[in-house]
Design a protein around this ligand. Structure first.
Ligand SMILES: [Zn+2]
Length: 220
């Protein structure tokens, strides 16, 4: 059973648990950058917005403080609330350039900037864009050097035991590419791996990801 809670997991970074009672484990993230708040992914249900709103309140913030929304990829559980989030915040919205057209078609929201691998956002101590294709065309991770953390979206899935896995084939556009390209994360220096689905790894995550890449290449 998932625990619903308002949790600051790293300095200024909060995980918002949007899980449903029936077991779909889903998280969005809020980054408090002092001068602004960044939201990563939107969830899909009206209730998810209530939870994100409650987390903002806990931070002493409101929706109006959210000035940037980053989307990890185009799947419904990450974007279905985007139109409402845009109304509530007026925030700039960015997503992987390969997913922009589909997100715009699905949500009616104009994406202000299509992101590509290596793009650097000068907010919150810097956010580096890691493009990891395969789960979707424009699937992204976000590297936060200040926190030595990677927000991985659906690039890696976790389970309740704290194990990590490639994304399940049934959710992937091209699962072999999704598996092979996880190795892109190894170019970054991180301790924490923050997932959309499954238990986060807050320490020692890079060596775990390296082991996962070795398992994947062994299987291929
Ligand atoms: Zn997905």
């Amino acid at each position: 059973m998932a625990v619903y809670g308002l949790v600051e997991i790293l300095d200024g970074l909060r995980s918002v648990n949007l899980s449903e009672a029936d077991g779909l484990d889903l998280e969005a993230y809020l980054l408090d950058c002092g001068d602004r708040v960044v939201l990563v992914d939107t969830g899909m249900l009206p209730r998810d917005l209530e939870r994100i709103g409650a987390e903002l309140e806990e931070m002493g913030r409101t929706w109006k403080d959210v000035s940037l929304v980053l989307i990890t990829h185009k799947h419904g559980d990450h974007i279905k609330n985007l139109a409402r989030v845009k109304e509530l915040t007026g925030a700039e919205v960015m997503a992987g350039e390969g997913d922009v057209a589909d997100i715009e078609a699905a949500t009616g929201v104009k994406i202000d900037r299509g992101l590509k691998h290596g793009d650097y956002l000068d907010v919150c101590g810097g956010i580096e864009v890691i493009h990891v294709p395969g789960h979707s065309v424009g699937n992204l991770c976000f590297y936060l050097p200040r926190l030595r953390a990677v927000i991985a979206g659906d690039t890696i899935f976790g389970d309740d035991l704290g194990n990590i896995h490639p994304p399940p084939e049934k959710y992937c556009l091209d699962v072999r590419t999704a598996e092979m390209e996880i190795r892109r994360l190894l170019f970054y220096d991180f301790d924490a791996l923050l997932l959309s689905h499954g238990k986060n790894l807050l320490k020692g995550a890079k060596s775990r990801v390296r082991m996962l890449c070795e398992e994947v290449s062994f299987r291929l």
